[in-house]
Design a protein around this ligand. Structure first.
Ligand code: PHE
Length: 342
């Protein structure tokens, strides 16, 4: 019986026909119901118990060899039984449909790219933030309304270590940067922020900002204004005008809000600019000396500016989108409209 198995093994190893019929008859001869292997297994039952171990192993080897051979030969034959030597290079290509970048990502990348050209590098910070980085270091008084449950999503109230919350703005990353670096600092911080607001066409509980920070000796409000003007013109075209309106943020003094001339109606008035000719796109100001000191930067030697751009708002103006909710619904009919190189 051993000899027989060895002979079959040899035969199986040598077998090299590759038309579909020949491979199939080879398979039936060995693996079919009345095939060689089943016969051998019948013989095996009658074999002497002392031989069984060795015979069993040999039979398994034979069976595996044949199965592998069949699989291997089948792969190299096509359905008509012809040996495949070349792939058909004239077949039409099956194009995979590529997605498009989300408009929020496109505009964020554009903002980053424009400021990168002005020498700003990019940094990121955590979305779950402590009270110090989101509020206290930024000069928010203890009873400031933004700390209220109505505005902030708290993760944990902790009297000893301070509250933990979803960050309400990317200004928290300013603090982290200033704590770990000395001026000159020229960085932008893109990221997602959260506020406890009812969802509507104009407000959402989750949105995106790009924060900017520039600290050095003798940085002035004029530097801020010029940087923002260059940015606005790069983003919306050379004709774009900017307008700074006095405002208030606890962490900047003086503070301002920046409007750009409405590029949709060209200043004549439309529903995006609410018939004013201007659209608000960011908050900004000179970093309050208290904030510099809180973060270990000498406010007598250094000064700086900061700004926070709302990406959703900017994208609305850029692409004339009139409902914030569209950004998060992921309806492909909406998303497919934005093809972009960014
Ligand atoms: N953090 C402010 C906001 O979320 C924006 C801002 C950033 C204002 C930096 C001034 C300076 O509204």
């Amino acid at each position: 019986m051993k000899n027989k198995i060895e002979q079959y093994l040899h035969e199986a190893e040598q077998f090299a026909e590759n038309s579909a019929e020949q491979v199939e008859s080879f398979r039936i001869r060995f693996l079919g119901k009345k095939g060689v292997l089943n016969d051998l297994f019948e013989d095996f039952k009658k074999a002497a118990p002392t031989d069984k171990k060795e015979l069993g192993q040999m039979l398994n080897t034979l069976k595996n060899t044949i199965q592998n051979k069949v699989a291997e030969l089948r792969e190299s034959t096509d359905t008509d039984g012809h040996h495949l030597e070349l792939h058909d290079l004239t077949l039409p290509v099956d194009f995979a449909e590529a997605g498009t970048r989300h408009p929020i990502s496109t505009v964020r990348n554009q903002i980053v790219e424009i400021f990168a050209r002005m020498g700003f590098t990019v940094a990121e910070g955590p979305e779950i933030e402590d009270d110090w980085h989101n509020f206290t270091a930024l000069n928010f008084p203890p009873d400031h309304p933004a700390r209220d449950m109505q505005d902030t999503f708290f993760v944990e109230h902790n009297k000893i270590h301070g509250d933990i919350a979803l960050r309400t703005h990317t200004s928290s990353v300013q603090v982290r940067t200033m704590e770990n670096n000395q001026p000159p600092i020229r960085q932008i911080f893109p990221g997602r922020v959260y506020r406890n607001e009812a969802i509507s066409a104009r407000a959402h509980c989750m949105f995106h900002q790009v924060e900017g920070l520039y600290i050095d000796r003798e940085v002035s409000f004029a530097d801020l204004k010029q940087a923002l003007l260059v940015f606005a013109r790069e983003m919306f075209g050379a004709e774009t005008q900017i307008r700074l309106r006095p405002s208030y943020f606890p962490f900047t003094e003086p503070s301002a809000e920046m409007d750009i001339s409405c590029n949709i109606c060209g200043g004549k008035g439309c529903n995006i600019c609410k018939y004013t000719g201007w659209v608000e796109v960011l908050g900004c100001g000179m970093v309050d000396p208290n904030v510099l000191e809180n973060c270990g930067i000498d406010s007598k030697t250094y000064s700086g500016f900061a700004f926070g751009i709302g990406i959703e708002r900017m994208t609305m103006v850029k692409y004339r989108i009139n409902d914030l909710r569209l950004y998060f619904e992921n309806d492909v009919r909406f998303l497919r409209q934005f093809e972009s190189v960014y």
